[in-house]
Design a protein around this ligand. Structure first.
Ligand code: IVH
Length: 716
């Protein structure tokens, strides 16, 4: 910890009004952390720091009980369910556990139980000690042995329905085994990911420039709560069963008996669980597990002790949000001291600039640590995302001696600075205002913690992702030029900027190694590719604007801009004028006011568009592109046409249209064109030689018409 750390005032010295202020601040902070942890799977503080906040809040409430309100974080568990999944009310609430941090607190826990149960001096309540799995808890409802619903904890009372996702987890049986199955039974336990699976998944995600998770817990939570079940199915999720909710009858009368039954019913129960007969036994288990912790395949953040006899559990009951019959004995976060050798900036695919601490290598809990994320520039300055000081508000400087911590997390954090050891020469870190990769200016939008590179089209760190966006379905949508091909052509230096797509053929004719000689290509496919590119030399303004990949300019905003400016010339000259007038204080130009006045375009979008045009190299990339393409006015889809809103599939060889023309004609009429037939298809237009799609149409009962019928339909 920082040797000059400001310790908060002792609670016994707080006046009531000071306590009320701090209570409110702590409650808000804990709630913000809850939301980040439970709903966004993206916590910003270690478990130890979070526990310390809760402990302080509890201590304040113990001294000033009148401050306890029903929505204080001490009275609720977790956070309300995230939007997007149906809500499920738990038949029996999913409560939380109280914490013990020392041997004394564990001994007190046992003493409390003995007093409550009025046990004799030599009577020890047998205790089951279980590793505390660091994942997310899940409730599985079985009716007559069949899994009918799976729900996350949510706020402990109402969780999210994740049944479809959970059915993809191998450790969760769909049907319970054995004879002794209660008619209604809710099994509970922890979904988690093995550390090695988490690392492999992150590697894959990083390669695809997709979400990289901070630790196995977040990765398990993020993988479970996918709207697309196929994604969950592809993730290596595991499940340990350890408790239950509603149970029409109990198959055993002890915790260890219940665990044995769970195993017989088809669940995986943690193999390290041990029945203890004394406090010494309990603490021995804690120390043994603590030593094995780094080499276990999964993260644990402590040990859970539970009274073995269920009749005693029933008598002991609950106090506020946690059982009196169980407690979590937490592990201290693993920490070490080292030197901050440097700060590097990484640029992600959206231009987000993330500072990374380069540390003198040090071993923390058996793992060598040499990098740590520093999140963003505020974090370096000692401020959290919520504006609250972190590390007591002490900034980080290159040369500082720092304390790093792994609290069950694989990605370590810099938790404090040892100010006494700060070299005299250490200067406050100046976060770069230029992208270290491409030199474009880097801006930070109001209310955002992240600074971003504005070189959308030219920054190599972003370029390939931008190019993928450029050819995506709602942008240039070029047949045969998808994400895979863009990546390959980019890696080989063939397509670096959007204009390169349209000069590909010209350059290929002069190249020694022709495209047709590439693996996976041939005469025909290259000809088709060039034809598809040519077909897109004429592009509607809204598609072009969307394709530029300007931040906050999605399909809808691109249409607003295209409708307003009418032509690329108008749009480009107005934006160039607005960009020239851009200053730190704002923008007083008429062009900016005009942009900002478009209904639906607010400050955020307007500023992002102007930022894009303020970067000269973006303008050059656009100008280069415009020398190769022709921009058409925005197409007005015919909302009143017979096919407006319908999904159409073209199949077979069309004789009156090229495929692209057919597609454009359908879109002009407000229809959506799809490549495959499903039950969502409204119409199949079939030319000669149509094959499997016709069969699919028949299978789904979709209407099939000829090309002539289609012409009549759209002309009529
Ligand atoms: S028993 C009434 N056993 O820890 C509470 N919980 O802080 C019953 N956890 O929400 C929970 N391993 O997500 C229990 N062996 C274990 C556990 C465990 C991990 C988690 C669980 C729970 C949280 C409580």
């Amino acid at each position: 910890m920082a040797s000059k750390a400001k310790t908060p005032p002792d609670i016994s010295s707080l006046t009531r009004s000071k306590a009320a202020v701090e209570h409110k601040r702590l409650a808000l902070e804990i709630e913000a952390h809850n939301e980040r942890y439970y709903q966004k799977d993206a916590p910003t503080v270690s478990d130890a720091a979070y526990d310390a906040l809760r402990k302080r809040l509890e201590a304040i409430e113990a001294r000033f009980p009148e401050l306890v309100t029903s929505n204080s974080p001490t009275q609720t568990v977790g956070a309300s369910p995230a939007r997007g999944f149906a809500k499920v009310q738990h038949a029996v609430p999913m409560l939380s556990l109280g914490n013990a941090f020392s041997d004394e607190e564990v001994a007190e826990f046992v003493e409390r139980i003995r007093r409550f149960l009025k046990l004799g001096a030599d009577e020890f309540p047998a205790i089951v000690a279980e590793p505390k799995i660091d994942g997310l808890s899940l409730s599985l409802r079985y009716e007559n042995g069949e899994l009918v619903r799976a729900a996350t904890r949510g706020d402990g009372f109402i969780g999210e329905d994740v049944t479809a996702n959970v059915r993809t987890i191998k450790d969760v049986p769909n049907t319970l085994k054995g004879r002794n199955i209660p008619a209604a039974c809710e099994m509970r336990g922890e979904v988690y990911m093995l550390k090695r699976d988490f690392l492999a998944l992150n590697k894959k995600q990083a390669e695809a420039e997709d979400t990289v998770f901070a630790n196995p817990r977040n990765s398990a939570a993020g993988s479970l709560r996918q709207k697309d079940v196929a994604i969950t199915a592809s993730r290596p999720l595991k499940f340990f069963a350890y408790t239950w909710g509603e149970m029409s009858e109990r198959p055993a009368d002890t915790q260890h008996g219940m665990l044995a039954w769970m195993e017989k019913a088809g669940f995986t129960v943690n193999p390290l669980i041990t029945l203890c007969k004394s406090v010494e036994d309990v603490l021995k288990f804690y120390r043994k597990i603590g030593e094995e912790r780094a080499s276990l395949g999964y993260d644990i953040d402590g040990v859970v002790y539970k009274v073995d006899r269920l009749d005693w559990q029933d008598r002991l009951g609950f106090v506020s949000r946690s059982p009196r019959w169980a407690i979590a004995h937490k592990f201290a976060a693993e920490q070490a001291t080292t030197v901050l050798n440097g700060i590097d900036i990484q640029v992600g695919r959206t231009g987000a600039m993330t500072p990374v601490a380069r540390l003198e290598p040090v071993t923390v809990g058996g793992v060598v640590v040499q990098n740590a994320t520093l999140h963003n520039e505020d974090y370096i300055r000692g401020i959290g995302n919520d504006g609250q000081p972190i590390r007591d508000g002490v900034d980080l400087r290159v040369g500082d001696t720092v304390v790093v911590q792994r609290a069950g997390d694989v990605i370590p954090q810099v938790v404090s600075v040892i100010l006494d050891k700060r070299p005299k020469s250490a200067k406050p870190y100046k976060f770069p205002d230029k992208c270290p990769i491409c030199g474009s200016h880097a801006v930070r939008e109001e209310g955002e913690a992240v600074r971003r590179c504005t070189g959308a089209l030219i920054c190599p760190a972003q370029a390939v992702e931008r190019l993928k966006h450029f050819v995506s379905r709602l942008a240039f949508d070029i047949d045969g030029l998808g994400e895979k091909q863009i990546q390959e052509f980019y890696d080989d230096g063939l397509i670096m900027h959007p204009v390169d797509i349209f000069t590909l053929e010209k350059r290929d004719s002069r190249a020694a190694k022709k495209l047709r000689d590439r693996e996976g290509y041939g005469e025909v496919s290259v000809r088709n590719l060039f034809a598809a590119i040519d077909a897109r030399r004429k592009i509607e303004l809204n598609r072009l604007i969307f394709a530029l990949g300007i931040r906050h300019v999605g399909e809808g905003n691109a249409k607003l801009l295209a409708r307003h400016y009418g032509s690329i010339e108008n749009f480009r000259s107005a934006m160039t004028e607005a960009a020239a007038a851009q200053t730190e204080e704002g923008n007083g130009s008429e062009a900016y006011a005009d942009l900002n006045n478009i209904g639906g375009v607010g400050d955020i979008v307007a500023d992002a568009v102007v930022e894009f045009f303020a970067e000269k190299r973006n303008v050059k990339a656009l100008n280069d592109l415009l020398s190769e393409i022709e921009v058409l006015p925005m197409e007005q889809a015919r909302r009143d046409s017979a096919v407006a809103g319908k999904t159409v599939v073209f199949t077979g060889s069309l004789e009156k249209f090229t495929r692209d023309e057919a597609k454009a004609s359908a879109e002009r009429m407000g229809a959506k064109v799809s490549g495959s037939v499903s039950k969502k298809t409204d119409l199949v237009v079939a030319g000669p030689g149509a094959g499997s799609k016709l069969k699919d149409a028949e299978k789904h009962g979709v209407k099939v018409i000829s090309e002539d019928d289609w012409l009549k339909l759209i002309e009529g």
